[in-house]
Design a protein around this ligand. Structure first.
Ligand SMILES: Nc1ncnc2c1ncn2[C@@H]1O[C@H](COP(=O)(O)OP(=O)(O)OP(=O)(O)O)[C@@H](O)[C@H]1O
Ligand SMILES: [Mg+2]
Length: 479
């Protein structure tokens, strides 16, 4: 028999839920306060599911949830919440709650379904669904606990109609995550439409979002539907939302509060049912403090907040990401040596996964053969040096060693000054890297001067042809 625990201070709700689930054959225990909860002897009762009210007069639902999960990790917990506390309900999901239910319950069928689903879905089936969807979307979840938890939260809230705000540095995958949320929602057969608030002028953005009537302004030769209308059943992705001007922010606030809007040049109010996912690569809370973003709009958007970590905080995922990015290019079986992967993991990747993707594209385009093995010597100087550079400077830097040398000297000196935890192997590996990078730079420059004449290059540099090939990593020295 299924054992269900209900924690709610409202006696009526406790009675109602108890009656509802007893009639379905459940064994139900109701407690009305934190104090009663603390008296439960968990060694004697084994709960399969729990419904916990977020606000109790003598306790906080989140604390009870944590306590319950500690005592009985396998117990599925659902948080009951009023609209004003959805934000906290999302926190509860991050703490291990499986779901949340909004009070008042307006549809008992939905409530029953939620509990049924909760009891059938084991952790592993949800995990499988998440992985299948991520595969379909082309989203690599990877190994880091932070990213895994983020995706799980995203998956759980996707089915709710709440607004999601995604923050993260440029290129971390905000749009990919927005598509994942759309794919995990019941709206996945409806359109997913994105608009970048920073890419077009204010008036264009206004008519893009809300539409316009014929003749609303010069050039408005036809009636045009706005995205709030077109994506009414689907998901509207508001990218770079921090870039929206003050006047657009006011209009967005209105539509989020009332779900109503007007086309430019029209007095008729229209209704929208769209699900909004907003993204920003600047910290919106800071933008509010700097008075660049409206506080009220921020609170409207910040119901579910997902913060994607930068790539440098999920370095262990770099090999898997590279593998995925290589597969986007057909007809290649390029691989990276372990050393090369190590170097790539040591780089800061300021442009995150987008920069990694551009890097992989470059490797595929520049590789001599489709089954090349990429070693550290094939990597750009900046990546070898671990210092980010602007992409436009990349080619120049190939011949320009200053940055590399400076950072190499700094790294080596700081390792020398450090008295504890010295990894000499690491230092020696760096010295080898220096040899390889510098050697390559000399050869490349000379090759350029000699218009690619290798014999002439070897002569000028007073090395053998074999040594030249070795430095260019074309052959082992022993060959
Ligand atoms: N988790 C991921 N798995 C696989 N590919 C990813 C992942 N995240 C991002 N990418 C890839 O990285 C690139 C950038 O992703 P996306 O456009 O979603 O980033 P963004 O955060 O929206 O960037 P920006 O702030 O510049 O708009 C895309 O090519 C995308 O497919
Ligand atoms: Mg983007």
């Amino acid at each position: 028999m299924t054992n269900l625990l209900i924690v709610d201070d409202e006696i009526e709700i406790g009675n109602f839920l108890s009656h509802l689930f007893k009639s379905k054959g459940f064994n139900v225990k109701v407690v009305n306060s934190g104090k009663e909860f603390s008296k439960i002897d968990f060694s004697r009762s084994n709960f399969h599911a729990a419904m916990i009210d977020l606000k109790l007069p003598d306790a906080d639902g989140l604390t009870l949830l944590k306590d319950l999960k500690k005592q009985q990790p396998a117990c599925k917990a659902v948080i009951m919440t009023g609209y004003s506390t959805i934000h906290t309900a999302v926190e509860a999901i991050k703490l291990g709650a499986s779901d949340y239910i909004e009070k008042p319950f307006d549809d008992i069928d939905i409530l029953e379904k939620q509990i049924d689903q909760l009891l059938i879905s084991t952790g592993s089936t949800t995990r499988q669904q998440i992985n299948d969807l991520a595969n379909k979307i082309g989203l690599i979840i990877g190994k880091t606990p932070g990213m895994n938890q983020l995706i799980e939260t995203a998956y759980k809230v996707a089915g709710k109609n709440v607004i999601v705000l995604i923050e993260g540095e440029t290129g971390t995958g905000k749009e990919v995550l927005a598509r994942f949320i759309h794919g995990a929602s019941q709206r996945n057969n409806e359109p997913f439409i994105g608009v970048n608030c920073g890419a077009i002028t204010e008036s264009l953005l206004e008519s893009e979002l809300f539409g316009h009537e014929k003749g609303a302004f010069t050039g408005a030769s036809h009636l045009r539907k706005g995205l709030f209308e077109i994506a009414s059943k689907g998901t509207l992705f508001l990218d770079e939302v921090a870039e929206a001007t003050h006047s657009i922010q006011v209009k967005l606030l209105r539509v989020l509060e009332t779900r109503e809007f007007m086309r430019v040049g029209s007095e008729n109010t229209l209704h929208t049912n769209t699900r909004l996912v907003a993204a920003s690569n600047v910290n919106l809370q800071e933008a509010v403090q700097q008075k660049k973003f409206r506080e009220d709009l921020f609170y409207r958007l910040n119901v579910v907040h997902l913060n994607i970590p930068p790539l440098r905080e999920r370095k262990e995922d770099i090999p898997q990401l590279i593998q995925h990015l290589l597969q986007r290019h057909t007809n290649n079986s390029i691989t990276f040596s372990d050393d090369a992967l190590k170097v790539l993991q040591g780089y800061r990747w300021p442009g995150n996964i987008r920069e990694l993707s551009n890097f992989v594209t470059r490797v595929v385009t520049l590789s001599d053969s489709a089954d090349a093995i990429i070693t550290p010597a094939n990597l750009p100087l900046a990546i070898n040096a671990g210092t980010p550079i602007k992409q436009t400077e990349q080619a120049d830097l190939e011949l320009h060693m200053e940055g590399f040398l400076q950072s190499w000297v700094e790294k080596t000196l700081s390792a020398f000054e450090q008295k504890e935890e010295i990894d000499l192997e690491e230092v020696l590996a760096q010295i080898k890297q220096l040899e390889s990078v510098v050697g390559k730079a000399f050869i490349k420059r000379t090759l350029k001067e000699t218009h690619g004449n290798r014999r002439e290059t070897a002569k000028r540099l007073q090395i053998t042809m074999r040594k030249l090939r070795y430095i260019l990593n074309e052959k082992n020295e022993s060959n």
